[in-house]
Every structure is written in C-alpha cells, then in structure tokens.
Design a protein around this ligand. Structure first.
Ligand code: HEC
Length: 430
C-alpha cells in the first residue's frame, strides 16, 4: 500500500518536473524572442526611417545612422551595460567588421540555415565555462537593398570603404543566407529556480509520504495490531485452559469483527464440547466405580461361601472327593484323605481309580473302564454302590459304600463328586 503510494507520488513528481521544464523553456523562449524582435525593430527603424531621412539630406555615408547593423549593435552595446550576459549578434563568414567574424558555434548555425532554406529557427541550450545560455537564431537573407553596401565594393559608399576597407563583407549573393541573428540569454538562474522548485516539491512529497506512512502505521497499529494481539492472547489462554476461555468483545463491524465473532463461536463450541466430554468421563468413572464395588461384594460373598463349604467338607464324617473328566481328583476332604491313608495335597491331580479302586474284592484287577464313576461321567446318572473295596496307601483295604453324582455346568457334565464311607463295621456286624 505504502509502496504504491510512494511510486505514484514519485511518478507525479517526475511528471511535474517535466512539465516545469517545458514551462521554463517556454518562458526563456519568450524572453529571447522579445530581444530578437527588439533588435529587429531597431534594424527596421534604421532601414525604413533613419537611413531614408539621412539620405534625403546628404549622400555622405554616416555610419552611425545609415548602417542598421552598426546602429543595432550600438543599441545593444548600451543595453549590455545593464545586462552584460545577454548577447545579440549577426556574424558572417566574411564580415565588414572583423568583430562580426562567425565563431565555430555560429558558423554551424549559419551552415544549417544555408543547407536548409526552409529552416526559420534554430534554438537550444549552450553551456560555456561559467554560464548556461539559451539561444535562438533566425536566418539573415541578402536582399537587393543590401547590395548598395555589401555588393561591389567599387559602388559602395566611400565612407564605408574608408572604415572597413574593400576586402571583406562584399559580393554577397542575392537571396542567400549569409548570416543569422543569434540572441543568447543566460538561464542559470531560471534553471536554478526551477531546480529549487523541484527540490521544494520533492521535499513536500517526501514529507507527505512520511506523514502518510506514519498515519498509516499508526492506524494499522491501532486498528489491526492491537486487536490481533488480543486474539492471539485469547487463543493462547484457551490453549492453556479450555474451561477459562474468555469471549472477545465484538465491537466492530469490519473484517476483524467477523474474525472475532467466528473466534468466539469457535471457542464457545469448543468449551461446550470440552465440558460435555468431562461430564461423560465423570459419568463413566462413577459407573465403573459402582461396578468394581459390585464385583468386590460378589468376590467377598464367594469367598465366604467357599470357606463355608470348606468347613462343611472338613466337618463331615464321610469322605468326599471330586474328579474331572479324566477321573483326576480336583478336591478331597481331610477325612476322606485320611481314610485312604494319604494327605489331601498328595491326592490332588491323581487318578482316583488307579490309586485306590484298582482291585476287586476277589483280588482280580478292576479296569477303570468298568468303574461306575467313569459311567457317571459318561451318562450323567447318579450311582450308589456298597459291595466294593477302596485301597489304602499301605496296601490294606476297607469295604466301602459310595455314591457318584455328576457335576453339571450349563447342562454339560464337567466332573463327578463321590461321597464314600467305610462300612467295615456294618460288614463285620452282619
Ligand atoms: C548603408 C550601408 C549598408 C546597407 C544598405 C546594409 N548594410 Fe549591412 N553593414 C553595413 C555596415 C557599415 C556594417 C558594419 C557594421 C559594424 O561595424 O558593426 C554592416 C554589417 C552587416 C552585417 C554584420 C557582418 C559584417 O559584415 O560585419 C550583416 C550580417 C549585415 N550588415 C547584413 C546586411 C543585410 C542583410 C542588409 C540588407 C537587408 C544590409 N546589411 C544592408 C552597412 C550596410
């Protein structure tokens, strides 16, 4: 933005500078033309007024009144007393007066007019060692009237010959350009003034630009930066703690106000979402705690039940053991174990039939495939038997009565429980 402004102002400065220069040239040109026409008027006055008036009185050649060039030069010499830098000249390649000998610069101008007869003006700037000049030149043509003095020297006024001799300034070709009226004015002041003005203008532009940028910066600072900082701080605060998110004031209706409204909307929905999430988490953890408590209660209940069973098993007077589907003992009560002559832990995992049910009372082997406990495991029927022996660890045996009951879990047989007692007393009694 500032850059565009700066460029625009710079272009304007350049353009104005250019216009200024044109204006200055016009001004100088008018200046020069004024002098030229003044000199021309002097010449015309001599030609049309002074010379004819003198001619009427005397045929004698009076230089100071009859030569327009002489008179004009003289008038200008007077003028130069006040304005020494201004110059008026009518130089020629072969002048009557050697003072009027064309310099190289003047020769160039005369040659230009000679080469192009349609050319009426040549002008431009010219820099000498200590001044800058503006010059305007017009061609000087030889007319018939001129030849009285610039034609054949034999016919020229004798007074003229006496003053200038008869070698130079004669035999001028009729209708041709032999000289140029060259008026030169100093322009250093004008240029300096113009430069001053330009400088002044550039300085004011620079000042305005600085002012503009300053104001722009200030406005930017006030309108954008400060509010931007507010938003940034708010975003940061939200990052630190979503719950504490504040709403920003929605004061303005510009793009920034838009942004703030959008931001506020976002923060409030984020906050709601966050609080909702917190609520859910809270509910879940409460539910979880309740469940854990429930589970703990159930565990405790189970434990007391287990202890209860244990006590029951220990206090009972009969033997009781459980087997899995492979007829291996999963538990046995101490009474049962001691009846068989083992300790409880020695029996767990052992094959019950092979350990203490392996032989019939008649001494023949009792294959486990014929064992009623295995039958119970297979068909799920409860069986009670009273004419069999259980064998002790020491090889002795005792008559036993036992009941094998299946253990069901979800209608599936997972094992069997065997309750047994020593019936030797009854056997002995009978
Ligand atoms: C009555 C005589 C007379 C006539 C007519 C006359 N001149 Fe000259 N002219 C002179 C004299 C004398 C000078 C020298 C003036 C001086 O000393 O500066 C001169 C000088 C000049 C010069 C300056 C160069 C030089 O030779 O010193 C030019 C250019 C010139 N005349 C052009 C003209 C033209 C163009 C006409 C005709 C329109 C004309 N003159 C008519 C007498 C005359």
């Amino acid at each position: 933005m500032s850059l565009i402004m700066a460029t625009a102002l710079l272009l304007q400065t350049l353009l104005l500078g250019h216009l200024e220069k044109i204006q200055m040239e016009k001004h100088i040109n008018r200046h020069t033309e004024l002098l030229t026409s003044f000199a021309g008027a002097s010449r015309d006055y001599v030609t049309h007024e002074l010379r004819p008036a003198l001619d009427a009185r005397t045929h004698e050649f009076i230089l100071q009144g009859k030569s327009s060039s002489y008179v004009t030069n003289g008038i200008f010499a007077q003028f130069n007393k006040t304005f020494p830098d201004y110059s008026y000249r009518q130089p020629a390649f072969h002048p009557l007066n050697p003072k009027n000998q064309a310099s190289p610069f003047e020769s160039d101008i005369i040659l230009k007019f000679q080469d192009d007869p349609s050319l009426t003006t040549v002008s431009g700037f010219r820099k000498t060692d200590d001044q800058i000049f503006y010059y305007v030149a017009h061609p000087v043509f030889v007319e018939k009237s001129c030849l009285t003095c610039h034609g054949d020297p034999k016919e020229a006024p004798s007074g003229l010959i006496e003053n200038y001799g008869s070698t130079s300034g004669f035999q001028w070709p009729l209708g041709k350009v032999i000289s140029a009226t060259i008026v030169q004015v100093p322009v250093e002041n004008e240029i300096a003034t113009q430069q001053d003005r330009h400088l002044l203008f550039a300085a004011s532009v620079l000042f305005l630009l600085t002012l503009f940028i300053g104001v722009h910066h200030l406005l930017f600072e006030r309108l954008i930066l400060r509010r931007m900082m507010q938003v940034t701080t708010a975003i940061q605060a939200m990052g630190d703690n979503v719950r504490a998110t504040k709403q920003l004031p929605e004061e303005s209706g510009d793009e920034f106000g838009f942004l703030i409204r959008a931001f506020n909307h976002m923060t409030s929905s984020m906050r709601e979402a966050f609080l909702e999430m917190e609520r859910t988490v809270q509910e879940r953890s409460i539910a979880l705690r309740n469940k854990t408590e429930e589970q703990a209660d159930a565990k405790a209940a189970m434990k007391s039940l287990e202890q209860h069973n244990q006590l029951l098993l220990q206090s009972i007077g009969e033997g009781i053991y459980g087997v899995d589907m492979h007829e291996r003992l999963t538990f046995i009560n101490p009474v049962g174990a001691s009846m068989l002559g083992w300790r409880v832990e020695e029996l767990l995992g052992k094959h019950g039939h092979d350990l203490f049910h392996h032989t019939h009372p008649d001494g023949s082997p009792y294959p486990h495939t014929q064992c009623p406990v295995l039958s119970t495991l297979t068909d799920g029927h409860t069986r009670t038997l009273s004419d069999e022996l259980f064998w002790r660890r020491d090889g002795s045996s005792f008559p036993v009565e036992y009941t094998s009951t299946p253990v069901l879990q979800d209608d599936l047989i997972v094992g069997a429980v065997v309750v047994f007692h020593d019936v030797s007393k009854r056997v002995n009694n009978s």
